[in-house]
Design a binder for this molecule. Sequence first.
Ligand SMILES: *Cc1c(COP(=O)(O)O)cnc(C)c1O
Length: 502
Amino acid sequence: MRYKSTRNSELRQQASEVIVKGISEEGGLFLPESIPDISNTLDALAKLDYLSLAKRILSLYLSDFTEEEISHCVNAAYSGGKFEGDQPVTLKETGSSGAYMLELWHGPTCAFKDMALQLLPHLLTTALKKQNKAQKALILVATSGDTGKAALEGFKDVKDTEVIVFYPEDGVSPTQKLQMNTQEGNNVCVCAVKGNFDDTQTGIKTIFTDMEIKKLLDENGYFFSSANSINWGRLLPQIVYYIYSYLELYRTGKVKSFTDPVNFVVPTGNFGNILAAFFAKKMGLPVHKLICASNANNVLTDFISTGVYDKRREFYATASPSMDILISSNLERLIYMLSGEDSAVLSAWMNKLAEEGWYEVDGETMVRIKELFFGDFCSDEETTRVIQKTYHNYEYLPDTHTAVAIGVYDKYLEKTDDQIPTVIASTASPYKFARHVLGALTDDLPQDEFEIISRLEELTHEQPQKQIAALKGKKEHFDMVIEREEMPAFVKKQLAGMKGKA
Ligand SMILES: *Cc1c(COP(=O)(O)O)cnc(C)c1O
């Protein structure tokens, strides 16, 4: 299995090259040249536990990795108590008709990003070894909160890597900020940037193309890599849990035969997590609809209904900050795959988006999108009501992002009356967004973040994860706040510091 680029269909690269590079030289995103079919093997896959399933699925895509290498990576990522519970993910019936919560947040940072970012560092270091690269990876991360912490935790003290995380100063929750600023490790660095997530992401793109920084990197024996969800090594691990959830429904008799379909509902920002669900469907998993849930930054909802992607709109800082995104990078992969895999056509749309802020796909592509997807959104008021309702009716406490997904599923049911089993991606622990979650249940909101966490515990009798409780009193190592324009200078300064470490 080799990989091509969305902006160069002729290109062929090995999996290890694709993971090391993150993004293709001409600016495109990597995609496998073909998609393996698992529809005839579901019976055998249903006998596997999560780790064995992950190894099996990864091996279909990582052809230049040996079985031992894949096995080592998967074990290092998911075993040894890093994830709470018997398996790394948990599927829970919520009591509402045929809806199942796929909890993806039992890892070290309490958000679904751990599922990929616990694995990526091992895939990356294995890939580096394969390529006999003597260079070290400098990983730059732009985060709306959860990716940053998950990347820090995944890469901390990993040999031959350095991580710099930039987050929008006012675009993350207090707990997310504390999680990042208290990060320990010898190869990590965190910095706040004035502006929103898209500003931070744009700042990183500028650094990637800065010739002076490139030269500095070379001189110091580093190269840039990305831990953002444009890296194929982030998407691939996410395909596994959609397949797992289907097999779990089969094992518990909720799905009777391997032709019975399910729906997936995914709270979406960068279009990474839902793209993984799309891949699971393309691999032959029986999936009816992919339900794309957005918050007030509903650029994807509009796109799915009109075929026009238009980011020229007001940006809202919402209660679900990890979805406060107007440029959903991974949509590029979907559009490429659904519009005939023509890199010239795709490049023209992406250039138009970069230059004019919008593009419109053709009618045929639109027909395919509508067949596959349903899109809708929830405002913050609706999200708050969903948290109340879900807790009171089903004793299930969703975080704000998961609540957006539940709210959009309700809208889907109203419009379609679809009865088939539906898996809702539960993407973060409610304690990560405790202020908003408690605020939905009571008017009496304490000032102090830890007071809020204990109040939530008293009220719900649900324990906060020990990593979140342990943040109290932890030393903050980072407090820098810079302008977006200062990001390149910041990286240069960090590079100067790394030189001495070698
Ligand atoms: C990142 C994130 C999302 C959005 O996922 P994408 O892959 O960017 O679409 C949703 N919920 C939470 C909690 C997240 O951290």
